[in-house]
Ligand binder design. Structure first.
Ligand code: CMP
Length: 216
């Protein structure tokens, strides 16, 4: 069996999506490939790869699903390395595999920071969305919740949640009394929605979408 196959792939092709199962890795011979995380409105670019760079090895090494989406953004020629050829490579050419792992380690370190920031942003969006959902059913304000209970809803610990709520409160979204988060009036609800808009890049949630016509 040949070690690899070359394929010509036109710009715009999605090679695979995050979450797909996998049996190949790729080396870029010509062209450019973009790696992204997430889906829909929440897509973040990890990096763009060019000639000589490889991708798709993580799932082959770990047996997990694809950790990112790969899209060809310039007509490309790619070397495709299947599972069997990859296994041979691991067995026979440890130096190459070690180099690959070293490079991937360095790449991951470089992308960790922005990814971490994106994750923190997403956690804040989840916290606000959860509160707004509850507020929607429990109108009118004042509304309050213990951090313990809210953290339970969100599947996180109260210790993780506390600094996030402190930050939202300092942005005008209610008050924190001990371990109870209070939202006293519509102005504070509006602040919360404003913070959500900021976190979502201003595009996603408008008041009308979230609260319906009664919020007008
Ligand atoms: P795999 O998980 O098979 O499919 C997606 C590929 O994107 C992955 O292998 C890596 O090759 C690459 N990848 C995933 N996350 C990162 C990252 N943070 N930095 C660089 N490359 C990544």
């Amino acid at each position: 069996m040949s070690m690899d196959d070359q394929i010509e792939v036109p710009k715009g092709t999605i090679l695979f999506r995050q979450g797909d199962s996998s049996d190949t890795m790729f080396v870029v011979d010509k062209g450019r490939v973009r790696l992204t995380l997430g889906a829909g409105a929440e897509v973040g670019e990890i990096r763009v790869l060019g000639p000589g760079e490889f991708f798709g090895e993580m799932s082959l090494l770990s047996g997990a699903v694809r950790s990112a989406t790969a899209e060809v953004i310039e007509d490309s020629r790619l070397l495709v390395i299947g599972r069997d050829a990859f296994a041979m490579l691991v067995r026979d050419d440890l130096a190459t595999v070690t180099r690959m792992l070293n490079e991937q380690g360095a790449r991951l370190a470089r992308t960790n920071d922005p990814l971490q920031q994106q994750l923190q942003r997403l956690v804040r969006v989840r916290v606000i969305a959860c509160v707004l959902q509850d507020l929607g059913a429990a109108m009118p304000v004042p509304w309050s919740v213990s951090l313990e209970v809210l953290a339970g809803h969100l599947g996180m610990t109260a210790e993780t949640l506390a600094p996030i709520v402190t930050e939202l409160v300092s942005g005008g979204a209610g008050t924190l009394e001990g371990a109870t988060w209070k939202i006293d009036d519509r102005t504070q609800v509006d602040r919360l929605i404003g913070l959500l808009n900021t976190l979502a890049g201003g595009a996603a949630a408008t008041r009308g979408h979230l609260r319906g016509p009664s919020a007008a």
